[in-house]
Design a protein around this ligand. Structure first.
Ligand code: C5P
Length: 394
């Protein structure tokens, strides 16, 4: 079972250069196990041939309202009636104007008007077209009509200009589609998280760090966002892309992480400390590279502040979740942290089960006791944590 198993999606492609990205979107949706039916406007077919979408989706591509291949001649109604979701990507300014006004002068606009499923729209246009008051009026109307607007992104445009209006990347649109189907267990909640390792500098080129990959923290950030939370992720040095829709702050050392957390924590309802924060840092960082002189090198370390304990001890703390990565006696240590740091939830795992890999085995500890989650991918484990966490919120 993958993210979109059992879901049928109608993908509408309209006439913009970003239509080529829609081909990749179909591939990602099919990979996530969705059934995809593509409908194209006549101008979209000038950019990418229907055959491309047919090959990628494995289904007939629809362009013509008079197509007689639909058994009852009702392609304009049937396609979206069988669908769980309709997505327009790319959506041109012209198509959004038609949607906003309920026009139905081709197959795709008719499908949208006749649909009884939700609709998401990924705009793609030149920055002037996007900022034009007419387009902005239409976008406001679509939002008022409960149509989801994905993006647009900002950056280089096919016309050579730079600004707002680029279509989101296919990965981001696919992530938004997956998020659309997730239960919104954290709707309206603001989540602050730490993830990854910290790096404690010894000199300008060396330092102490650990093997945390950040994968669990990033998976949890993604799961929180998909559950409807506004997520801020403070990350130590990792080589992971930022999950879609998440505000990311990059830091290096434990002290920088603490400073960022204390700056942000007032705006959060939930704090989740996933980072493997170094317990100690060198007393001093050498300004110049340390030269090899003697046979041994002695470095003096000082304790780092415990960020999670500090947040939990604030006068009105957020709901606090900690992680306990242990090499043995998981229950004793995890329960110990729950009490000592005054947390509401501790996610415990044996380091040999999770660190660096793509799967994890965790046990959740709260005031009611221990709850073992099945051994799964970090994304699935993250969703399990979110589901449990949401039951503890008041
Ligand atoms: O006490 P221990 O380091 O094992 O606790 C782990 C939990 O505490 C994790 O949630 C980790 O993110 C957090 N922590 C922290 N600041 C530290 C050490 C740990 O926030 N200096």
């Amino acid at each position: 079972m993958t993210a979109l198993t059992g879901k049928t999606i109608v993908l509408g492609v309209t006439g913009g250069i970003a239509a080529y990205k829609a081909a990749e979107l179909v591939r990602l949706l099919v990979k996530a196990d969705a059934k995809v039916h593509v409908a194209m406007t006549e101008s979209a077919t000038r950019f990418v041939g229907p055959l491309t979408f047919q090959a990628l989706s494995g289904n007939t591509v629809w362009t013509d309202p008079w197509d007689t291949r639909m058994s009852n001649g009702m392609a304009h109604i049937n396609l979206t009636r069988q669908a769980d979701l309709a997505v327009i990507a790319p959506a041109t300014a012209n198509f959004m104007a038609k949607l906003a006004h309920g026009a139905a002068d081709d197959l795709l606009s008719t499908l949208c008007l006749a649909r009884d499923c939700p609709l998401l729209v990924a705009p793609a246009m030149n920055r002037q077209m996007w900022s034009n008051p007419a387009t902005q009026r239409n976008v406001a109307q679509l939002r008022a009509d409960d149509i989801g607007i994905l993006g647009p992104d900002s950056g280089d445009q096919a016309c050579g200009e730079t600004g707002d209006g680029r279509m989101l990347e296919a990965e981001d649109i696919c992530a938004a589609i997956i998020a659309h189907f997730r239960p919104k267990l954290l709707a309206g909640r603001r989540v602050l998280m730490t993830a990854g390792p910290t790096f404690e500098a010894l000199d300008p080129v060396r330092g102490l760090t650990n093997l945390s990959s950040g994968k669990m923290g990033f998976a949890l950030a993604r799961a929180c966002a998909q559950a409807g939370a506004a997520v801020t992720l403070i990350s130590g040095p990792v080589s992971l892309p930022t999950p879609s829709g998440i505000a990311r702050i990059d830091v290096r050392s434990a002290l920088q992480m603490r400073e960022a957390v204390l700056r942000e924590v007032g705006r959060s309802d939930i704090f989740i400390g996933v980072a493997a924060v170094a317990d100690y840092r060198p007393v001093a960082t050498a300004t110049d590279k340390i030269k090899k002189t003697g046979e041994t090198l002695t470095v003096e370390f000082v304790r780092n502040p415990d960020i999670l304990a500090e947040v939990a001890a604030l006068p009105s703390p957020p709901f606090c979740v900690g992680f306990a990565a242990e090499s043995r006696d998981l229950d004793t240590y995890a329960n110990g942290k729950l009490i000592a740091k005054k947390l509401q939830l501790v996610v415990g795992n044996l380091v040999q089960d999770g660190m660096g890999g793509d799967t994890n085995t965790v046990v959740l500890f709260d005031a009611a006791g221990r709850h073992a989650l099945p051994s799964e991918s970090k994304d699935d484990v993250a969703r399990g944590i979110v589901a449990h966490l949401s039951t503890l919120l008041v």
